[in-house]
Structure formats: structure tokens, C-alpha cells
Write a protein that binds this ligand. Structure first.
Ligand code: MMA
Ligand code: CA
Length: 246
């Protein structure tokens, strides 16, 4: 039905074109006959024209589809992006960038914090920051100073940490966060934990004069290790900030 309509319109259009051409030439001649005869007879040739047109259109479409498909494949190959995962990969990248920006900001903050501590004399070792005073105070006043600095007196929990502190002290001595003030001979760290592994100097703790309840660390060549002394004695002290993680 539709094909028939197209054929008719085509035939009529040709007929009209012929008539117009004749008028423009101002001729009195009779109009040229339409190459497509009216009714019945034009049906077959017009059909053929339509079929050829349709065929050409098909070829054109096929060529277009082929070109587009080839281009798409080339695009995928050159960017190496699997088409199905493109959206997922993109949103994963966005998430990753966001995460990296946050991590970078946190790291910048840590670095600034570390720089500030270093400027004030703190030293970093194995996830902790250490401050060794030049001043001398009683054990309690020393502990208070550490607290003001956001720390506490040092808790020594490994041979490496012991060696590190001895090295830092360079022959001198200083308070550590250990005492038996609450119960005699029961040594406790400032965080409330019991003493398990001790690094006492030879012959210590001796509670000389029955009044030595606070611990200090010696670093001299001949006497290395901890010693118990009178808590009111004025000594240098060591503060520790735990868990300074990178
Ligand atoms: C000695 C020794 C220690 C004691 C101090 C007190 C130098 O070391 O007896 O055990 O604590 O003296 O000054
Ligand atoms: Ca002692």
C-alpha cells in the first residue's frame, strides 16, 4: 500500500515537472507526454526505480554500520578500555583520586606536626617521639611537664628502645616512667601496666636508705641500665609520645 503511494507520487511529480518546463518556454505546443503513462501502465517501471533506490539505501546503511563498527573497535583498542567496564573503571578512578587526596592531606598534616616537634627538640624512633630535657626536676614535676607537652614519662618496652635512649643520653642519666611508690617492690609503669622485662643496672634496685621509689636510666660507659632513686631528687627526664604512626 505504502509502496503504491510512493510510486504514484513519483509519477505525478515527473508529470508536473514536464508541464512547468513547457510553460517556461512560452510555447503553444502541446505538452510533452509524461514518460510514465497514467494509471495501469506506469506501475511496473516505478516499482523498479523504488527497488533500486531501496537497494542503494541498504548498501549505504551497511557501509555506514561497517565504518562505525570499525571505528568503535579501533577506539577500544587504542585506549585499551573494555567497553563493559568503562563506567565502573571511571567511578573507581574518581573514588581513588578522592581517597588519595584525603591521604595526601593527612600526610601533609603529619609532616607539619613532625616538623614542629623536631623544632622543639623531639626525636622520632619506632612509632614514638622522645623529648629529653636539659632542665632537672623531681620525678613528679618531670611527669607533669610531659603531661603539659601531651606526653608522659618514657615506658621502655624493648631492648632496642633501651639502646636508643642510652645513645641519646650520651653518658648522662634521666627519669623514666617507672616507680614502686604505691606498693614497695612492685614496679609499675606510668600507664598502670606491671613491669615485665626489666633492664636494671647491676645491683639495682637496692632501695638505698629505704627511700628509693622512682626509676632513672644511666648511660655511662661503666654503668648502663636502670637505678631506683629518691623521687624528690632533681634529674633530667624523658617524655614519650606513643603511637606516632605514619
Ligand atoms: C649509688 C647506688 C644507687 C643509688 C645511688 C643514690 C651512684 O649510685 O647506691 O643504688 O640509688 O647511689 O645516689
Ligand atoms: Ca638505687
Amino acid at each position: 500500500m505504502r509502496q503504491l503511494l510512493i510510486v504514484c507520487l513519483y509519477a505525478r511529480a515527473n508529470e508536473r515537472r514536464y508541464k512547468t518546463a513547457d510553460f517556461n518556454q512560452q510555447t503553444t505546443q502541446s505538452m510533452s507526454p509524461c514518460p510514465f503513462p497514467r494509471r495501469r501502465h506506469y506501475k511496473e517501471p516505478c516499482y523498479r526505480v523504488a527497488a533500486v533506490g531501496f537497494g542503494l539505501l541498504c548498501i549505504l546503511l551497511l557501509a555506514a554500520v561497517t565504518v562505525l563498527a570499525t571505528n568503535n573497535t579501533q577506539l577500544q583498542i587504542s585506549y585499551n578500555i573494555p567497553n563493559d567496564n568503562f563506567q565502573t573503571n571511571y567511578s573507581n578512578l574518581v573514588k581513588l583520586i578522592d581517597q588519595l587526596q584525603k591521604e595526601n592531606a593527612a600526610l601533609q598534616k603529619k609532616l607539619a606536626d613532625l616538623a614542629k616537634h623536631a623544632q622543639l627538640g623531639w626525636v622520632y624512633f619506632s612509632s614514638s617521639l622522645y623529648f629529653i630535657s636539659t632542665e632537672k626536676k623531681s620525678w613528679t614535676d618531670s611527669r607533669q611537664d610531659c603531661s603539659r607537652k601531651g606526653a608522659d614519662l618514657v615506658i621502655i618496652s624493648s631492648r632496642e628502645e633501651q639502646e636508643f635512649i642510652i645513645k641519646q643520653l650520651d653518658g648522662d642519666k634521666a627519669w623514666i616512667g617507672l616507680s614502686d611508690r604505691s606498693t614497695e617492690r612492685v614496679w609499675k609503669w606510668v600507664d598502670g601496666t606491671a613491669l615485665t622485662t626489666a633492664y636494671w643496672a647491676k645491683g639495682e634496685p637496692n632501695d638505698a636508705g629505704n627511700e628509693e621509689d622512682c626509676a632513672e636510666i644511666w648511660s655511662s660507659a661503666d654503668r648502663k641500665g636502670w637505678n631506683d632513686v629518691t623521687c624528690s631528687r632533681k634529674e633530667r627526664w624523658i617524655c614519650e609520645k606513643l603511637d606516632f604512626q605514619w
